[in-house]
Design a protein around this ligand. Structure first.
Ligand code: ADP
Length: 482
């Protein structure tokens, strides 16, 4: 379907308020469902990243001086434009990322909800008045924007991972330079087009596509940039953290996960199957909060495996633009290779296939939704994030055993469990070493709640009232001689 507004698929970058068109060495962006080239974006590098950062520094001063209400009004207008253009934005997202159109539309509205939320929160950045330690003194704490922010985002949520960073940064009075993933830059550029239309002053939000290494080096090394916010792999997150050390930047890192999904004997099994499908198979298993290890208690293990396989068999794999598609293609060949590796490793060590297990007849990067039973802790799938449509089922007997197994990972982002027992819900919820716990639900992300992880899953929280705090510094003012 042609876009209602072709201007949203823009083959250019917004750098310091100027649009730079894709030149000769542009990056081709392909549709993972067909392999067709969708368009080209500029291949920029260090010089443009520097220019964007300098423009961000200059623009930020005036932006921070505006009232919160003035910033809020522009953000609100941006939110409205995103919602008004949701169909086009969803189509662009599906074309470059592959997820089904309905899911893409869901992401656009979810992404927009962060702009809406932070437009509101902009006006609620409160400080403190603290009773003084001496009779003639008063202690006041104010919150000020950190200044220039750099953001690096991944391909799995080409819209929402951006709004979740850009909206709170702008709301707090910061400016921001973004490097989106090269696989999915058009969604990011479309957001910049709409931000400009919403009246966001030039220079506050730049999008720079190109060499991750070159742009990342400038962002992390810059004295002007005071905060780096990154969503992506733990490996790159650690590298960026190291690069940020000499300039002592504030850091927000949303890194990998290895989410456990636990089904206790007393769970509502149908609800657990539904939750598992949402949590494990959303975006074809390509989210950092996707269930990676499904622990099922012995009494319901076989029934759960059967119900899950049966439910999956009814869901269609196909091009995301087709109405009834639930599972699109994987992002690229490397993603398919990892899924195949994990399945082969598990099967080689004694796991059994209940359904799926191989590339889909559609070819390309399409893969069959897969259920494996007899999975144990010795298999690679127990340790590493698969990031694909494979549900490995581990069998357990005792609560303490499953909590220990669930926590036996270097990651700590999302976790899930299903039970009807209130005491168990509290105890297990408290014992899981994760930033987020879904209890009787497989879907936990929302603008109102703090999203983030512990251990190697990262630093900081996004969304919620805490999400804006991350873009502020507190300043202590000591009033004497009173
Ligand atoms: P994924 O496996 O999700 O692609 P990555 O961590 O490789 O995760 O990529 C996430 C984002 O980080 C992308 O925008 C990518 O271009 C960027 N990136 C990758 N390597 C580097 C690097 N060395 N410096 C800065 N950014 C990088």
């Amino acid at each position: 379907m042609p876009l209602r507004d072709p201007g949203l698929l823009k083959e250019a970058n917004l750098v310091g308020g100027q649009w730079i068109a894709a030149g000769d060495n542009a990056i081709a962006v392909t549709n993972p469902a067909t392999g067709a080239v969708l368009g080209r974006v500029p291949s920029l590098g260090a010089a443009e990243a520097e220019a964007a950062i300098e423009a961000a520094r200059d623009a930020q001063i005036g932006w921070a001086a505006k009232t919160a209400k003035e910033r809020s009004v522009i953000l609100r207008r941006w939110y409205e434009l995103v919602v008004e253009n949701a169909d086009d934005l969803a189509e662009i997202l599906t074309l470059e990322q592959g997820k089904p159109l309905a899911e893409a539309r869901g992401e656009i509205l979810y992404g927009a909800s962060f702009i809406e939320w932070f437009a509101e929160e902009a006006r609620r950045v409160y400080g403190d008045v603290i009773p003084g330690h001496q009779a003639d003194k008063r202690i006041v704490v104010i919150k000020q924007p950190v200044g220039v922010v750099a953001a690096i985002t991944p391909w799995n949520f080409p819209n929402a991972m951006i709004t979740r960073k850009v909206a709170p940064a702008l709301a707090a009075g910061c400016s921001i330079v973004l490097k989106p993933a090269s696989q999915t830059p058009f969604s990011a550029i479309a957001l910049a087009v709409l931000a400009e239309r919403a009246g966001l002053p030039a220079g506050l939000f730049s999008v720079v596509t190109g060499s991750a290494r070159a742009i990342g080096a400038v962002m992390t090394g810059s004295q002007i940039v005071r905060k780096l916010t990154f969503t992506g792999s733990t490996e790159i997150g650690i590298e960026l953290m190291r690069q940020c050390a000499p300039t002592v930047k504030k850091l927000a890192l949303e890194l990998g996960g290895n989410a456990p999904f636990i089904v206790f004997d007393d769970a509502d099994l149908d609800a657990a199957v539904e939750g598992a499908i949402i949590s494990k198979f959303r975006n074809n298993g390509q989210t950092c909060v996707c269930a990676n290890r499904l622990y099922v208690q012995a009494g319901v293990y076989d029934a759960f495996a059967q119900k899950l396989a049966e439910a999956l068999s009814k869901l269609k794999v196909g091009n995301g633009l087709e109405e009834s598609t639930v599972f699109g293609p994987l992002i690229d060949d490397a993603a398919v290779a990892k899924v195949e590796e994990h399945i082969a490793d598990a099967m080689g060590k004694g796991a059994s296939l209940v359904s799926g297990g191989k590339r889909h007849a559609l070819g390309g990067t399409f893969f069959e939704p897969t259920v494996l039973t007899g999975v144990t802790g010795t298999m690679a799938i127990a340790r590493e994030e698969t990031f694909g449509p494979v549900a490995p089922l581990f069998r357990f007997k005792e609560d303490s055993e499953v909590v220990a197994a669930a926590n036996d990972t270097e990651f700590g982002l999302a976790s899930y469990f299903y039970t009807k027992d209130l005491a168990r819900a509290w105890k297990v919820g408290e014992a899981l070493e994760y930033g987020m716990v879904g209890i009787n639900t497989g879907l936990i992300s929302t603008a109102e709640a703090p999203f983030g992880g512990v251990k190697l899953s990262g630093l900081g929280r996004e969304g919620s009232r805490y999400g804006i705090e991350e873009f502020t510094e507190m300043k202590y003012l000591c009033f004497g001689g009173i």
